[in-house]
Design a protein around this ligand. Structure first.
Ligand code: QAP
Ligand code: CO
Length: 174
C-alpha cells in the first residue's frame, strides 16, 4: 500500500471519521502500512485521516530514551473513546499534516481510553506523559480537529501567515 500524507489546508483533515465495523484484511493491510510509514516520516502518532482514510483508526509509537521506535512500542487503537481525563499539562506539539510548525498546546495530564485492537477485542489503557498527549492529539484528528485549531486567534493568524510563507518557499526550493 502506497501511503501519502494529507497536509493542511486540505479539507479532508476537517472530516469526522466513521467507526470501524469490519475488522478484516483491509483494516490489517492499512495498519501494516501505517506503522512503517509513520516511522519513515519521523512521526510518533498517526491517524488514518492523515493518509486519507476517514475511519476511527490511530497508531502510536512513543520512542525510547535512545530515540528508537521498536515494534513493541506500537499501539494500534480502533474506535478509541476517552473515558476519564484529569489534570493539565502543556507540550510543544507538532503534526505530520502541519509540517515544520510547533506550538504549545494544553492537554489533560492523565487519561483513560477504551478502544479495540485490530481483531475487535475491547481494551482499556491508562496513560500519562507523552503517550497521553499523543492519544489526545490523534483522537482530535478523528473529530476533524488539528492542534492549530486550539490556538488563540492572534497566534492562529501568525501561524497562517508563517505557514503560507513556508509552503511558498518549499515550492520554490523543489
Ligand atoms: C502528534 O506528531 C504528537 O512538523 C504526533 O516536519 C505531537 O508525529 C503527539 C512531525 C506532540 C505528542 C506530542 C512533525 C514530523 C511529526 C513535523 C508527530 C515534521 C516532521 C509529528
Ligand atoms: Co497530527
Amino acid at each position: 500500500m502506497n501511503l501519502k500524507i494529507v497536509e493542511y489546508p486540505d479539507k479532508r483533515l476537517k472530516e469526522k471519521s466513521k467507526k470501524v465495523e469490519k475488522f478484516d484484511e483491509n483494516l490489517h493491510q492499512l495498519l501494516d502500512a501505517m506503522n512503517p510509514f509513520m516511522i519513515r516520516t519521523n512521526g510518533i502518532g498517526l491517524a488514518a485521516i492523515q493518509v486519507g482514510v476517514a475511519q476511527e483508526i490511530l497508531i502510536l509509537n512513543i520512542p525510547d530514551e535512545d530515540g528508537s521506535q521498536p515494534e513493541e512500542n506500537l499501539i494500534e487503537m480502533i474506535n478509541p473513546v476517552l473515558t476519564n481525563q484529569k489534570g493539565e499539562t502543556t507540550y510543544q506539539e507538532g503534526c505530520l499534516s502541519v509540517p515544520h510548525f510547533y506550538e504549545d498546546i494544553n492537554r489533560f495530564e492523565t487519561i483513560s481510553v477504551n478502544y479495540q485492537d485490530r481483531d475487535g477485542n475491547t481494551k482499556k489503557l491508562e496513560a500519562d506523559g507523552l503517550l497521553s498527549i499523543a492519544i489526545q492529539h490523534e483522537r482530535d484528528h478523528l473529530n476533524g480537529i488539528l492542534f492549530i485549531d486550539k490556538l488563540t486567534s492572534s497566534r492562529r493568524r501568525k501561524f497562517e501567515k508563517e505557514y503560507k510563507k513556508f509552503l511558498k518557499e518549499r515550492k520554490t526550493s523543489k
